[in-house]
Design a protein. Structure first.
Length: 298
């Protein structure tokens, strides 16, 4: 007897035509995705794109956002237009031939209209080849006109002048150098000590000058006060000579309520209180040439 044949073994196998059809669809989808990604680009915020087609640079930059390009032959190179800060060491000599070292931070950005030119001439990064040498040159020119002491004292003025020169050398329409910040300005130890001693001496001289001026003002004030008092006394004496009764008025105003006694006569009358009279111990006081009995105090 022959063995039985199990049906359905051929049904479990996939149809080659179906497999080919599915594989073709997958390849087609993959090709569409690759083609779509190759034909589109996205420029991120804060950057601009430079289109390069088979080595040829497009004269116009690509703005940020989504766009289309020629697939497989066009490459979009992003260039940042954000402000950047780069440190650089600087070394220069003052007008008195002193070495001055400093660290400078350069704040700059690439304008969007210069993106294509920057990419062509400086590979998209102009700092090392353009900005740093010009800033170094500007600092040397400005420092050569000032002494080392003036450079230390007038750091802000040195920075402002060097920034103006650097902008002229680089070109404000080509690149925007926003600012220069000077850090860690250093001189030789001997020069720093000499400058410090000179500044201390200047402060002491200013202090002595202020003390002298204060003493002069006080002396002038004392002289003016003395002149005023002398003039007041002179005016007072003139007034008393012109008004003899003014003395009597002052005596009355200053009377303390005690009984006075007049001794003498005519214009030489003297007012004495009872206590003063008793202190003089005169048993026979005289008033206008006549004898009067002693006065007893109450």
């Amino acid at each position: 007897m022959s063995s039985p044949k199990f049906g359905g073994s051929n049904d479990s196998e996939l149809d080659p035509r179906v497999v080919k059809r599915l594989l073709g669809v997958a390849i087609l989808v993959f090709s569409v995705v690759v083609l779509f990604s190759a034909a589109t680009y996205v420029v991120q915020p804060g950057t601009r794109g430079v289109a390069v087609t088979l080595g040829t640079v497009s004269p116009d930059f690509k703005p940020e956002g989504f766009g289309f390009r020629q697939p497989f032959i066009t490459h979009i190179q992003p260039i940042s237009i954000r402000q950047q800060t780069r440190p650089m060491p600087a070394e220069c000599y003052s007008s008195d031939l002193q070495q001055v070292k400093m660290e400078v931070h350069v704040l700059y950005r690439v304008p969007q209209h210069s993106v294509v030119k920057i990419f062509q001439e400086y590979a998209g990064e102009p700092f090392d080849n353009l900005i740093a040498p010009r800033v170094q040159e500007a600092l040397k020119e400005v420092a050569a006109t000032q002494s080392a002491e003036q450079i230390v004292k007038n750091r802000e003025a040195i920075k402002t002048r060097a920034l103006e020169l650097a902008r002229k050398k680089i070109g404000s329409d080509f690149l925007d150098v926003v600012d220069l910040v000077i850090f860690n300005l250093a001189l030789s130890p001997e020069l720093e000590t000499a400058i410090e001693m000179k500044m201390v001496q200047e402060q002491e001289a200013e202090k002595a000058k202020f003390t002298q001026l204060k003493a002069q003002i006080e002396a002038d004030t004392a002289i003016i006060r003395a002149k005023g008092e002398a003039e007041a006394i002179q005016v007072r004496g003139t007034a008393l000579r012109a008004n003899p009764d003014f003395i009597k008025l002052q005596i009355l105003q200053n009377w303390n309520g005690r009984s006075p006694l007049v001794v003498g006569g005519g214009e030489s009358n003297i007012l004495l209180s009872l206590e003063e009279l008793n202190q003089r111990a005169s048993p026979t006081p005289v008033r206008a040439g006549r004898t009067v009995p002693p006065v007893k105090s109450r």
